[in-house]
Design a protein around this ligand. Structure first.
Ligand code: ADP
Length: 484
């Protein structure tokens, strides 16, 4: 059976550079595609934060060139391999030799439109330079949103027959900029209109990507529906519902090599559904590390994630505070982002010594320990395209408490008090009180119906969120648009 050749383009690929779930997908999806027989290579920018020595980056092309506006941009290409996938890095110091990926504390980089317009061109040129003629270019988010347009307009025979797929990882980020970039990006003024890139007088990279791609995917079936509605579509709902027959929701998988309680190298005690009693060793280690009272019988809630409005942190702040003042429970919060939340959650250890703690920053190791040690994982997201942490939690028998939205709704089964069935606790309203009540529901179940908690943990750990299923759906999608 013929398998498609795929050029996977992403602005983030873990572990090289990561700000969120996009990077996790950027590493695990190509790996899964490859293991199913597809011929895949990936391309990303070479940010200065990428550890060249650690990942053994080697130069492939010293000087490649793309034409942007009326100038030539000369850059180099590097390569590294991980998990059997070759990733090519675009080294261009003018745009990528900076401390942040998209922004610094002071704000977004003013030239992001230029940086990623260039990246789109350079990613395509890299395929040409490598003589890698893709059946499909798989684009991800606004940073790659110009590629479907470039492919439609491409005159070079090399890309004859190449199709494009764009995946929307989060419609909250669309890449909207001033029109000054049109010339540099070589977008024909005749193609700049409301059915393509134009949006309230500016250019919207994601919108153009959606308009010109052959297929559009997003990262869960529920989110695919939500973004076609006015509330969830971020202004693009009409375009998305117009293209609904080309839009598919494919649930992200998780990297089960990285996130597996039986083999996880970050945690003091490996365990499985059969040795669930060992989970408490991680709980005690987690409590110790975060200077909480070391008590295996206290209900322990955790959160890991970006401190962004989308994650429902104001609900978490309200509900955690109220729960800590009214219930026997502990909280550990890991994350960074908006200052207001960094301040509040950073002050938890002083506000509730021995009962609540936090780490403000990014720590892979602490995130693994929390997933392994906590009893419950809270995700009160206002919207959640897919979400990875709730799937990690399920795999570690840490019951998610989620708002029923997007991928959270698709992956967590609500607790049934009569039978003990389910894998977590859900609430619907965007309301701190609703979250507080659901935390209360979890706490009372924990103390009053421990058998149900155990049953739920085992059910959760038996769910399968690996990539096999989703990767074959992507392969079928690629085949549906190509002649392969
Ligand atoms: P999003 O992409 O919206 O940030 P996801 O749940 O899809 O949310 O993915 C977030 C990823 O980033 C997960 O792998 C999560 O564990 C990780 N992550 C986020 N913040 C932190 C942090 N402070 N420390 C460790 N890992 C983090």
């Amino acid at each position: 059976m013929n398998m498609p050749k795929v050029l996977f383009v992403s602005s983030e690929i873990a572990p090289y550079a990561k700000t969120g779930g996009l990077a996790d997908v950027g590493s695990s999806l190509p790996k899964a595609l490859k293991s199913q027989g597809a011929d895949v290579i990936s391309v990303m920018p070479l940010y200065s934060s990428v550890d060249r020595a650690k990942y053994g980056l080697a130069q492939v092309f010293l000087s490649s060139c793309v034409h942007m506006g009326n100038c030539e941009e000369w850059y180099s290409v590097y390569k590294a391999s991980l998990g059997g996938v070759d990733t090519y890095f675009i080294e261009f110091s003018k745009y990528f030799d900076r401390t942040g990926i998209y922004h610094t504390k002071a704000g977004e980089y003013a030239d992001n439109a230029y940086r990623f317009a260039f990246f789109c061109r350079a990613a395509m040129q890299t395929a040409k330079d490598l003589r890698f003629k893709p059946d499909v270019i798989h684009c991800n988010d606004w940073q790659t949103g110009l590629i479907p347009y470039y492919i439609r307009k491409e005159e070079d025979f090399f890309f004859n027959g190449t199709k494009t797929v764009i995946t929307i990882h989060n419609i909250g980020y669309q890449g909207i900029f001033g029109t000054d970039v049109l010339e540099y990006a070589k977008i024909d003024p005749a193609d700049f209109h409301a059915e393509s890139f134009e949006s309230f007088g500016g250019i919207n990279f994601l919108k153009g990507g959606i308009a010109y791609a052959d297929k559009i995917t997003t990262v869960s079936p529920s989110y695919a529906k939500e973004i076609q509605g006015e509330t969830g579509g971020g202004g693009l709902h009409l375009l998305l519902s117009y293209r609904r027959y080309d839009l598919e929701g494919i649930l992200n998988g998780i990297d089960t090599d990285e996130w597996n309680p039986e083999t996880d190298k970050y945690i003091p005690q490996n365990f499985s559904a059969e040795t669930l009693h060992l989970k408490k060793i991680n709980k005690l280690a987690l409590q110790k590390r975060f200077m909480l009272e070391e008590n295996e019988n206290t209900a322990l809630f955790g959160f890991v994630g970006r401190f962004a409005g989308q994650k429902g942190l104001h609900l978490l702040q309200y509900a955690a505070e109220k729960a800590l003042n009214s219930m026997v429970c502990q909280f550990i919060i890991i994350g960074s982002g908006e200052t207001e939340y960094e301040k509040y959650f950073g002050s938890l250890p002083e506000l509730y010594p021995l009962r609540a703690s936090s780490f403000i920053g990014y720590s892979e190791e602490a995130a693994h320990l929390l997933e392994a040690g906590a009893d419950f994982f809270v995700m009160p997201s206002l919207y959640e395209p897919c979400g990875l942490n709730q799937m990690y939690s399920l795999g570690y028998g840490t019951l998610p408490i989620v708002r029923a939205t997007g991928g959270l709704d698709d992956t967590v089964k609500n607790y049934n008090e009569l039978t003990g069935e389910g894998t977590g606790f859900k609430f619907h309203l965007i309301d701190g009180e609703a979250l507080y009540n659901t935390i209360g529901w979890a706490v009372s179940t924990y103390y009053d119906r421990p058998r149900h908690i155990e049953q739920m943990r085992i059910s959760a750990m038996k769910e399968n969120f690996g990539w096999e299923n989703s990767a074959s759906r992507y392969i079928n999608l690629y085949k549906s648009v190509t002649s392969v």
